[in-house]
Ligand binder design. Structure first.
Ligand code: ES4
Ligand code: ZN
Length: 320
């Protein structure tokens, strides 16, 4: 069976850096990686929690230095995504993870942007770009990043919030989200992955997000679920990520069916597919097999993804 056409709404472009491309770029740029061989690197992919993963994610992305590197990374993702059914992709990037290493934000946005510009023609994929702030960096750093990105806002659809969640509540970023909304951008934030339901409330009430990324811990708070259902706030769930980062013990225990039963607008996404064992089609297949979801439920999840996407209504209607 061919993959179900879907939108992917929770995808970190730096999380699509496969080991082969990482070693190739390390060679091209003369970057020394702390892994001598692919086998040594492979051993680093067993994560105890989110921070454990982030340590490898930030270490490997140091190979990304030039505009061509970001274009090649993005093009490789788009090729894989198309093969797995993706027709529309809303892609996160982490500018601070690059500017902190001396790579200019213009280099990052131009490189990613070049690949995205070609995507409708090359792969039949429409795209949006979402600029994320690192929540374990300061609110001032997020504000400076937003100002540095101002010349590129025509390329950016939304802002997001990622990296280490616990201890960094959404309210820390109230000011930069207000600026983003003033500038006409949509707003999303990771919340309720490792963090408590209170962080999801803050994402909604303080940041005014249009979607919640992950949000799986909302089930611990009945009133929060009622709010998300009433507002039809989409949740971008990442099943394989949740298992690899030990948010859930086993895929068979994943709360996706309970979220659907509760009436939440849930979507399935790959998060950091090079690190978590699969792209979006692999996530669909994995939840089908582990949770016994039928074809109609998978089609509902795909339909939800287009409902939740930042599309104009004419384009959305064409996808639905
Ligand atoms: C992330 Cl899974 C996840 N959570 C939070 N921040 C991230 N950045 C990249 N992947
Ligand atoms: Zn994520």
């Amino acid at each position: 069976m061919p993959p179900i056409p879907t939108a992917e709404l929770h995808l970190h472009i730096e999380g699509t850096l496969e080991p082969d491309l990482a070693f190739a770029l390390a060679g091209r740029n003369g970057v020394d990686l702390p892994f001598a061989t692919r086998e040594e690197l492979r051993a680093a992919y067993s994560f105890g929690d989110l921070q454990d993963f982030l340590n490898l994610y930030y270490a490997l992305m140091t190979v990304l230095r030039t505009e061509d590197d970001f274009a090649d990374l993005t093009d490789a993702y788009l090729a894989r995504a198309r093969a797995q059914g993706v027709r529309h992709a809303e892609i996160f990037f982490d500018p601070q993870a690059h500017t902190a290493r001396g790579v200019e934000i213009d280099t990052v946005i131009r490189g990613i942007g070049r690949a995205l510009d070609a995507a409708p023609r090359t792969y039949g994929i429409t795209t949006r770009l979402i600029m994320c702030f690192l929540r374990d960096e300061s609110a001032e750093s997020a504000l400076a990043t937003f100002e540095a990105a101002r010349p590129h806002l025509d390329r950016i659809a939304a802002v997001g919030l990622d990296s280490a969640e616990v201890g960094h509540p959404p309210s820390k970023f109230r000011e930069v989200y207000a600026l983003a909304r003033e500038a006409g951008l949509k707003c999303v934030a990771h919340a309720g992955e490792e963090g408590p339901p209170a962080y999801v409330w803050e994402a909604l009430d303080v940041l005014g997000v249009d979607r919640v990324d992950h949000g799986v811990r909302c089930l611990e708070d009945e009133a929060l679920v009622a709010r998300l259902v009433a507002d039809r706030t989409p949740l971008t769930v990442c099943p394989l990520s949740n298992v690899r980062l030990r948010v859930v013990d086993r895929l068979q225990d994943h709360p996706l069916p309970a979220m659907l039963d509760a009436g939440l607008l849930v979507t399935v996404n790959s998060d950091d597919p090079a690190y978590f064992g699969g792209y979006v089609g692999d996530n669909y297949t994995a939840v089908r097999d582990a949770l016994g979801l039928d074809e109609a439920t998978l089609r509902t999840l795909a339909r939800n993804s287009f409902q939740a996407a930042f599309l104009d209504e004419e384009t959305r209607a064409a996808y639905l």
